[in-house]
Ligand binder design. Structure first.
Ligand SMILES: Nc1ncnc2c1ncn2[C@@H]1O[C@H](COP(=O)(O)OP(=O)(O)OP(=O)(O)O)[C@@H](O)[C@H]1O
Length: 275
């Protein structure tokens, strides 16, 4: 289970009210896309879910418990850029979370623990399509490969909730479509709850089970700082999508991934047809 409950959340920076009375329940295995005009507070909201920022008022519960004040392994995050460490290899980046959590003081695992962590990291690297690139550094990878690496880096900690801040925004359309297929497959396989900020409506409706729009209800320039954004639209995609559940959409509408609740692009690449 990994339900997020946001209750009457406010965020102010000095005199500026950024978010105003936001309430939202994100059920387990949902994929929520947050959309809205630039500067309305989407990233601020995501940073509060991560634990990087504290709400001015209101509270956030994860599975009924108040969210810890610090980011933790239960919440993974991928940003548009700079999610991975440039001085670590692909393998080093994916191993890092395990090393930090398994050997808190030296940040290095030894013996069987290290071998197991490496095997797990290598499997994940394969799953995101980076097999063979284990020893490369991020600067030697394309933008799409770096974002695949960032996903693997976050996933190794098996987060309950994955937070994505425009993770694919800097990618070319072709690469973006490929990584959408990967993202959908990972969502179905891991069955995590996802909250993603995006500017791309098409991306929101392709990936999400629900699209939530933030906006200021009153937007007179002279009052801009006095009113925060809140949820103005909340659209559930129909037929409902849920991680791990097959979609009744035809594969060409909802992507091959959702066909049986897991990846079918192996069929696509082999030239076979769907049964
Ligand atoms: N640490 C901070 N201190 C002061 N103001 C901040 C801080 N972080 C964000 N803000 C302000 O909060 C508002 C919302 O910013 P935020 O980045 O959350 O918006 P956004 O909707 O994600 O924008 P975009 O879509 O352009 O990324 C902005 O006016 C910004 O200047």
């Amino acid at each position: 289970m990994s339900e997020l409950r946001i209750e009457n959340l406010w965020k102010e920076y000095g005199d500026q009210i950024v978010l105003e009375n936001v309430s939202l329940t994100v059920p387990s295995r949902a994929f929520v896309a947050l959309v809205g005009p630039s500067g309305c507070g989407k990233s601020t909201f995501l940073r509060m879910l991560l634990g990087q920022e504290r709400p001015t008022r209101g509270r956030i519960l994860l599975d009924g418990e108040l969210l810890p004040a610090q980011p933790g392994a239960d919440r993974g995050v991928v940003f548009q850029r700079y999610s991975v460490f440039p001085h670590l290899t692909v393998l080093g980046n994916v191993l890092l979370g395990k090393e930090l959590s398994g050997a808190r003081y030296m940040a290095k695992l030894f013996g069987a623990a290290r071998r197991n962590a490496i095997a797990e990291a290598q499997q994940l690297i394969g799953e995101v399509g980076l097999a063979g690139a284990e020893d490369k550094y991020p600067a030697q990878l394309s933008g799409g490969m770096q974002q695949r690496l960032a996903l693997a880096q976050a996933l190794i900690m098996k987060p309950k909730v994955m937070l994505l801040d425009e993770p694919f925004g800097a990618l070319d359309p072709g690469i973006r479509a490929e990584i959408h297929i990967l993202m959908k497959r990972l969502w179905h396989e891991t069955q995590m709850t996802v909250v993603m900020v995006t500017h791309d409506m098409r991306e929101a409706f392709t990936l999400a089970s629900r699209v939530v729009a933030f906006e200021r209800r009153r937007d007179r320039p002279e009052e801009k700082l006095r009113y925060g954004a809140t949820i103005t639209k909340d659209i559930s995609i129909w037929p409902p999508r849920q991680a791990g559940s097959p979609s009744i959409f035809s594969p060409d509408r909802d992507g091959l991934v959702a066909y049986q609740g897991h990846c079918r692009d192996d069929l696509a690449s082999s030239g076979e047809t769907q049964p």
